[in-house]
Design a protein around this ligand. Structure first.
Ligand code: MG
Ligand code: MG
Length: 661
């Protein structure tokens, strides 16, 4: 599949955009006019650069407001078009995007438009240029793809074809069945964008909220399958107008986009065969395509979370809290003395101690003190207590890693002791490490590296709640979808004292992996990215939720061991009583143990939180019945309590420094 990206998707200068596209591995780009106009480089120099970088210039865009106008205006428009055709010759581009008229059109008559398209085609022919006519969703008279196709068909000119753009089509909820009527060779260009489901005017939606395929709410696999079945063989190009992408790191956005195309391509590669493919006589021949679709090694949903790795420069506080929660210290890693294993049943926490920025991660978890974040740069090791990585149980760790590499994820570098289990992983967009752990029914072999025998508690990691910087949020959704086959559930907004927290759960179908991703409000957003790429102090807190069989027993143990519970206000319990009409003894029992409570038609949810150490805290939970949520009504209570706690701490610190000063 010939992959392409519109330069408007990326930040930077035109030269930087071309270099980023080539570096990420696209086959070509669409030149957005504005990028050329502001560039100090001549069209010839741009063409030379593209040649040198090995990428094709697939499209020049946009040309606006040509058709549906009176004769005099049309003549002027042709003259304007001709200057662009000359420019395209200098760039070596043979296809131009013509948007349906949004401004100057005065004639609704299809016959006029057809005639004008034909005359444009004649002019284009003398320059060897192809016209890809696209219905903008807010076009004045032409706003539907099938209307644009009817006009192109009627124009019946070899230089006039159509451009299909998923945004303009899917945003209008147009019936897609007529795509099948368009011969592939009359589709002159294909642009893909996804978008979140929003209710707003379509122009603003398009200009600010487009995202890469897999990051929004639409079924782009179905869309591309339909295009592929027409016989279309041209570029599959991303055209995404998005405010964050345009201010984000150029290389990073380019990679994010290419990942979306590779994932999408692979998602349909198996269902649609190449025309020369071997359709056996027994099977009816499915649709075929000229797109040369490349599959990826398949990945199944993860079976569970094998372990979570925490890094800390406050080993005493962290391990004390884990002990209070009923975790048992198992041992030190045999070849990495700064790495410990703690267990509570099947909940496994690896703790790697960092002292003065020195400490090179865990055994089963990552081992790097570096991050391959932006453009493979290496940053200094960091202090603090933070969530370093997650080990996912996958059915085939080797193909999961291969797939991740083909999806352009950066591998976590690690130094492996020769006799330790080989474990490979990649960096997630938020800087945390994702390890692919081979699923096995028995207790994982690696824990013997810590001298473990057995543990009788029934417990496991229920979910891991990760904070995401807002500008990498869409990228994170695609990352977990494409690499781990997790599903994005609809997002929710949770009020907190410092702003609304957007929360979206990534999960496996059976719920064995649940990861709420929270977009932290400013000013925390930058701090979150600190994991591995700067300071983690003051980061928005993340948590590991541990499921247990008896929350009251767990709370009693924690209380007797002196756990610093996150305090829950009296008002909460009064409200709880009014919402659920609980038995007085039960309500009292909840309150005495700092336990929060939720209930739905499937079951009940009981949970308590610890205080935060660095940027990490724990949640102990008990699910009763088939409750599948996370106690969403309780999240604002938790956020407010953490806010109060932070305020107290800052006041204490201020007082201390005041005394010192
Ligand atoms: Mg478009
Ligand atoms: Mg939670």
């Amino acid at each position: 599949m010939h992959t392409s990206i519109a330069t408007v998707c990326l930040s930077g200068t035109l030269e930087e955009k071309l270099r980023a596209a080539a570096r990420a591995g696209y086959d070509g780009v669409e030149i957005f006019e504005q990028d050329l106009v502001v560039s100090p480089d001549s069209p010839e120099a741009i063409a030379d650069l593209a040649r040198e970088l090995g990428i094709s210039l697939d499209l020049y865009q946009p040309f606006r407001d040509l058709e549906g106008v009176d004769k005099a205006q049309f003549q002027k428009n042709l003259t304007r078009a001709e200057t662009k055709f000359r420019l395209m010759a200098r760039l070596g581009i043979d296809t131009i995007l013509l948007c349906s008229n949004v401004g100057t059109a005065t004639m609704t008559d299809d016959g006029v438009v057809v005639e004008q398209l034909r005359r444009l085609g004649d002019l284009a022919d003398s320059y060897g240029v192809n016209i890809a006519y696209e219905a903008l969703a807010w076009g004045r008279f032409v706003s539907e793809y099938d209307h644009a196709w009817d006009l192109v068909k009627a124009a019946d000119h070899p230089r006039i074809g159509t451009c299909l753009d998923s945004f303009h089509i899917l945003s209008r909820n147009t019936d897609l069945s007529r795509i099948a009527e368009i011969p592939g060779e009359k589709i002159f260009f294909l642009q893909l964008a996804d978008a979140p489901a929003l209710t707003m005017d379509v122009l603003s939606w398009s200009r600010h909220h487009r995202v890469f395929p897999g990051e929004g709410a639409w079924d782009l696999s179905d869309f591309l399958t339909r295009i592929a079945a027409t016989g279309y063989a041209g570029p599959v190009s991303l055209e995404v107008f998005n405010d964050s992408f345009r201010q984000g790191d150029t290389n990073r956005t380019a990679v994010d986009g290419l990942r979306s195309l590779r994932w999408l391509e692979a998602s349909i590669a198996d269902t649609i065969a190449a025309p020369t493919g071997s359709a056996s006589a027994a099977e009816p021949a499915g649709p075929s395509t000229a797109l040369d679709l490349q599959p990826l090694p398949e990945v199944e949903e993860p079976r569970g979370i094998n372990y979570v790795e925490l890094s800390t420069d406050d080993l005493g506080a962290l391990t004390r809290q884990m002990h209070q929660l009923g975790f048992q210290f198992i041992g030190f890693h045999r070849s990495k003395p700064h790495v410990q294993l703690w267990l509570r049943g099947e909940a496994r926490i690896i703790v790697s101690e960092v002292t003065d920025g020195v400490g090179t991660g865990a055994d089963a978890g990552g081992t790097s003190s570096t991050s391959a974040d932006e453009a493979g740069t290496t940053s200094a090791p960091v202090n603090g207590t933070f969530l370093r990585g997650i080990g996912f149980e996958v059915t085939d760790s080797r193909s999961a890693m291969e797939r991740a590499a083909l999806l352009h994820a950066d591998e976590v570098p690690r130094d492996q002791a020769h006799n330790d289990e080989v474990l490979r992983g990649v960096f997630a967009p938020d800087g945390s490490e994702v390890f692919f752990h081979q699923f096995e029914k028995a207790t994982p072999a690696w824990i013997q590296e810590f001298g473990h025998d057995h543990d009788e508690q029934v417990s496991h990691i229920d979910h891991v709640n990760l904070a995401q910087p807002s500008n990498h949020y869409d990228e994170a959704v695609l990352f977990y979808t494409s690499l781990l086959a997790l599903h994005a559930e609809p997002s929710q907004d949770v009020p907190s004292p410092s702003g609304l927290v957007r929360s979206q759960v990534m999960s496996s179908t059976d719920g064995s992996v649940r990861m709420p991703l929270n977009v932290s409000p400013q000013p925390h957003a930058e701090a979150v990215a600190g994991r591995g790429i700067g300071s983690v102090v003051e980061a928005y807190p993340e948590h590991v939720a541990v499921a247990c069989e008896d929350i009251f027993h767990a709370a009693a143990t924690a209380l007797s061991r002196g756990l610093d519970f996150l305090p829950v206000p009296q008002n909460y319990y009064e409200d709880l009583d009014s919402r659920f009409d609980l038995a007085p003894e039960f309500l009292q029992q909840l309150q005495e143990n700092h336990i929060l409570y939720d209930r739905d038609e499937h079951g009940q949810f009981l949970h308590f939180y610890t205080s935060t150490i660095g940027s990490v805290f724990f949640e102990m939970i008990e699910r009763r019945g088939d409750y599948r949520g996370f106690g969403a009504p309780d999240a604002p209570v938790r956020l407010a309590a953490q806010h109060r706690k932070n305020a107290q701490l800052s006041a204490q610190n201020a007082q201390m420094s005041g005394q010192q000063g």
